[in-house]
Design a protein around this ligand. Structure first.
Ligand SMILES: Cc1ncc(COP(=O)(O)O)c(C=O)c1O
Length: 457
């Protein structure tokens, strides 16, 4: 299917019409220096005045104006796996990170229940204050063994793990080089650290090399951060090439394998298995417990000195509660099942490959996805992505749109999380439905043009 530009132009024009019209109405000119005192009354303290909130309202108003329902924050009425139920309706679900179908697995739920019975639901305080639970140590040992590292530390959130670890490792004399599509938590950690932040083009080793060549000597320590499987695009970096660069330019290399664990490599071991690189070639392995391991939390695996340092200095560990015992035990049990049942990884690969192959055959824009756990269908602007998501939902398919600012406006998309538990029929029916609805959207755009005409634009 070729993507028509005419409807896009119509939508973009409508969006900018709404934005300009409403934006003008709601945006007051910034006070000049002289009048600042009198014109920054208590209203500046209103939460509604936050710039981001105004933008949000603007987007919602634009959507309301053209009758597009809000696709976010719908409630799941059952455990969401390959299938879920929302608003009383059974849906095929592509919005869960549960790549190997381990959320609700009897061994995983059983381990969580046992931990609750033994230790309750909470670790009650920071581990440095309250002490350890056996589940923390068992999980850390298992994760360290998985990556062949000396040690591991687990924390209560994947996002906080990146923020606090990077914030603790780097200082203002240092530099962080990261992929342009790196996760927000890495950027936030870099900002916290005060280090210089330099981003290189996505998965582009030559772009990083140029940066290193030009700037590495200006800084004391350097950290390169890449992801395993990129969460918005579903592609992966050439790990061996990054290892070579980090050695040549004397940097640490950190891999955020949040979406790689359970997905990449024959057994789902992660990016190193996918690329045939020894895990010991990477200085810091980071990951989350919330995806394949179907719990909640994050981890850093690396040298024992690093882990000891983080356990005593990283704010997100020292000043935050320890991982709750049932979550630690659930993640540990999920890792055990993942390692014992590589057929789950194989099923996931088959499902992802099938989705990708049919989508490509139908002319859908799946970007650079490898066809594993994350497959975007890139449609253009935000409005089109939201409308397509709503149309699929009406047909019993739950998939979330990813819109600006998470991705550039012109790269708005639907992001499909594939799992080992989807059936062939679910995948075939879904790709057929996307293809039909997208085609209908492209030819049916006169609706939007009519709306524009009705608004007199
Ligand atoms: C690459 C990456 N890193 C870190 C995180 C944060 O993990 P969590 O959601 O478990 O806090 C995410 C979340 O999706 C992610 O995609």
């Amino acid at each position: 299917m070729t993507q028509s530009t005419r409807p896009d132009a119509g939508r973009a024009a409508l969006a900018s019409f709404v934005t300009n019209r409403l934006g003008r109405a709601s945006t007051r000119p910034a006070p000049s220096q002289g009048e600042a005192k009198s014109d920054v009354p208590s209203s500046a303290q209103d939460f509604e005045k936050l710039a981001g909130y105004r933008e949000l309202k603007l987007q919602r108003s634009a959507a309301d104006l053209i009758g597009v329902a809000n696709p976010f924050f719908r409630v799941h009425e059952i455990r969401a796996g390959a299938t879920t139920r929302m608003e009383g309706k059974t849906c095929t679900n592509f919005s869960s990170y549960d790549y190997l179908g381990l959320n609700g697995h009897p061994a995983v739920s059983g381990a969580a229940r046992k931990a609750i019975d033994a230790f309750g639901t909470s670790a009650s305080a920071s581990r440095i204050v309250a002490g350890e639970r056996p589940g923390h140590l068992k999980l850390e040992k298992a994760l360290a063994a998985h990556y062949g590292t000396e040690a591991c530390v687990v924390m209560v959130s994947g996002h906080a793990t990146n923020v606090t670890a990077i914030g603790a490792i780097l200082e203002s004399a240092d530099v962080i080089f990261h992929d342009a599509l790196i996760h927000n938590s890495v950027v936030t950690g870099a900002q916290l650290s005060g280090a210089q932040r330099r981003s290189f083009a996505h998965n582009d080793v030559a772009s990083l090399e140029k940066l290193l060549e030009a700037t590495r000597h200006e800084h004391r320590r350097a950290l390169i951060v890449i992801e395993g499987l990129y969460s918005m695009d579903g592609d992966a970096p050439d790990l061996a090439a990054f290892v070579e660069l980090k050695r040549r330019y004397d940097c640490w290399l950190m891999v955020d394998d949040a979406h790689g664990l359970g997905v990449l490599g024959r057994t789902g071991a992660g990016l190193h298995e996918h690329c045939g690189v020894a895990p010991s070639d990477v200085d810091i392995w980071m990951g989350t417990l919330s995806k394949t391991l179907s719990a909640c939390g994050g981890y850093i695996c690396g040298p024992s000195v690093l882990v000891e340092y983080l356990k005593c200095t990283a704010g997100g560990f020292v000043y935050s509660v320890g991982l709750s015992p049932p979550l630690a035990s659930a993640a540990d049990a999920a890792l055990t099942v993942m390692l014992a049942e590589p057929e789950r990884v194989e099923r996931l690969r088959r499902n992802g490959n099938l989705f990708l192959a049919i989508a490509k055959k139908n002319g859908l824009n799946v970007g650079t996805s490898l066809g594993l756990a994350v497959i975007p269908v890139i449609v253009g602007d935000s409005l089109k992505a939201v409308t397509l998501s709503n149309r699929l939902y009406a047909r019993g398919i739950n998939v979330q749109p990813i819109i600006h600012p998470a991705v550039p406006e012109r790269a708005s998309r639907l992001r499909f999380f594939i799992t080992s538990e989807h059936t062939t029929d679910q995948i075939k029916e879904t790709v057929a439905a996307i293809t039909e609805e997208l085609a209908a959207l492209e030819t049916g755009s006169t609706l939007i043009e009519q709306l524009m005409a009705r608004r007199g634009s």
